[in-house]
Unconditional design. Sequence first.
Length: 531
Amino acid sequence: MGVKRFDGVITMTNMTFSRDLNDSSTTAFKELATRLETELTKTFSKSLDEFLKLTVTSFIDDKINVGFHLTTAGQTNASHIDVAIKESFSVEQDAVDSFAFDSASLHVKENDVFQGFKQERICTFPFTYKGKEYNQCVTSESDRPWCAWDAVADEERTTFCDQNDKFVCTTVTSCGYQSAKGKGVSRLLSYVNGNNNGEVVMDTARLVLVESDISTVATSSCSKEFEVCLYLPRTHQANPPRPNDDKLTLRRPLRGYSYSMPFGKLQNPEEFQRTMNYFVERLELSKQYGVHFDKSRVVILNFDSGESDRQYNELLFFKTDNQQEERIPEERRPPNDYPPKTCDDSECVLFKSHVDHGEFMEIQLHAAIWVCARVKKCPGMTVTPIRKMTYNLMKYYKGENERGENLGDMGKPLFGYHVLKPRNSNETSEDRCTTDRACVPLSGNLTDIPKPTNDNMYVYTTEGRPQTYYVNFVRGPINGSHQRLAELLQESGKAFDKHVPVYISYDDMGTPNGDRTTYVAYRKKKELQDN
């Protein structure tokens, strides 16, 4: 039958555009693209028998129009797609954070020659392709070097390597990060506005990158050295004009795995120092779970204009070199790795499988005593609830409890869930807030459980309360996995609590996203009625 590919555009009607969606390397782009792929895949797969795959490629403008690639089997044509989707287009409006689309805006055209994305994504190394792991760009099956932007490559998750991405950079001396960025950007804008050997005037592109030695950032000196960089526009990446100012240089982007923490607008150097110290403390606390980072340099990424009150920035520390290689080879990734290799049976709360239903399992968690954290989740939050909850759980284990006692290594698995709320068109953003919860088991050797001193933490026991769940095993990010499991359960006629998605993870904290193994789950309805 063959495979056919199409370029498509569709308009989102309930989403606010932000500048960082212009850059496919940003966290905001990746998260929104993944969520949108899930929504569109659900709709397209129901409407097109020939549907194979859909990948979001770009957010074209501030309406906002979304570009995507659609792959189908058989003899599908563009007009067939238009009719099929427009006749059956629907979105579950009662789902939290659901999207609304203008079905009349859908437009697709056939793309006989698939040439990659309009907006290229950043390579992920190493990546796995056809069972083999690669640490550099490859030329197999293509005349141009290519790589994957996900841990496991497939046709829709690749990008070309010969993009020659560059920053223009300058080194400045200043009292702190904000003033250094201001000085550096002023100098860099002179280059962008034509102070170069070709007198070329360019559009100003985000992001702004600021890099410094952490030992100098931590001092009170006003002679701290920062490297400030501005990303060059795509149209000038291949052959950028040389700077006239000898204080400016062209350089490649930073490569490698890193730990990042988002933060908003900061008012003064002291606030930045507190933010950085908080992040370092969290990373230090995570060392026992395999997190090791390079303390010698800190990187700040800025995606919004300085005038914006709702800035999105990221603080980065890079993983150490030996950790860059700590990826799980493809041959060690069975489709359902259980019990997990990371699990010490004496400290892990495992589950027993009651019924294997083929595409999902029915399991029961063994009884245990758990310590739990809760966090309020509201629209627009930059720091995800799971980060806050995990941090509070780690601090409890390290002595933030009524006895000040170090309880050793944190238990496994991490058991998390949140309660979905039906959307009301009249509710405010505050009304749409929900509470997320995450729990880890306490060691069975503890006879006297110390109470948490944090008001947002509590101890909970499942002894005498058998809990049965329907679960699915997922490797890598779990975006969209709960929705797929819910559809399987509905098709199988299973009764479950669809408003409380659950996830169960046995991984260490430092496991790369592409290597993570998670059980997504819903609680069996009968259990709720019995308790």
